[in-house]
Design a protein around this ligand. Sequence first.
Ligand SMILES: Nc1ncnc2c1ncn2[C@@H]1O[C@H](COP(=O)(O)OP(=O)(O)OP(=O)(O)O)[C@@H](O)[C@H]1O
Length: 251
Amino acid sequence: MIELQHVSKSFNGSLVLDDISLSVQKGKTIAILGSSGSGKTTLLNIILGLLQPDSGKIICEGREITQESMKKRAFNIVFQDYALFPNLSVEKNIVYGLRNKKGLSTAQEVADLINLLDLSKHLTKSIHQLSGGQKQRVALARTLVMKPKILLLDEPLSALDGVIKENIKNRIKEIVQQFQLTTFIVTHDPEEALTMSDKILVLDQGHIVQFDTPENIIHQPSSAFVERFILQQLLIKKHNIFQLFGENDAG
Ligand SMILES: Nc1ncnc2c1ncn2[C@@H]1O[C@H](COP(=O)(O)OP(=O)(O)OP(=O)(O)O)[C@@H](O)[C@H]1O
């Protein structure tokens, strides 16, 4: 279990995260949802250990880790731009983190991951020869070979659309389940949050406005903000699709 207790963070005197407290059970997926500038990436970076909170504590499996370095925490992040090494092949990118940690994942485990993410036929390619979705899968494979205790994903699907997006969504869900990974996914897309997570943390200007299951967020939004931010975006999407087919979406 990972727990945040009263975590706050300011930049240049302005409060970006205000008294964030939450706890997450092992193996659960949490979507961090909010509009641009609401503090999502800052929260992710604090969990990762890339940023220190000004106040508050982070507890992981009963131990306080607030001051612990990013390396010691051994959580792992897939950045929005994937941060792959352009001069290395797909295969070398995937095993890069293992060079100083031999035995962390066996050759068989690496091969299984490559299969699971359907990357076998791309192993010798260089990064610039890949599509967005393929890069995303390489970034995921590279992260997962390190067997992170916690998986952090920053807008993992933002560069993808249509069928590829659904495909990657399903793969992420499959892997998270198979490895029982505690996962935080940053997104500003309500649909992504609702379909990928066990619980959604809705942030507005650094405050938690609701931390609840997708079902409760839909049926019992805690405030007008949640209703506006989530339900209206979904209704607009639905309306646009119905209009496209010349149908009435009333009811
Ligand atoms: N290193 C920094 N120095 C100063 N201000 C920062 C820094 N990082 C973030 N901020 C500010 O903190 C606020 C929250 O930023 P953050 O990146 O966490 O938001 P976000 O919800 O992830 O936004 P987006 O969806 O646009 O990525 C913003 O107002 C941003 O300008």
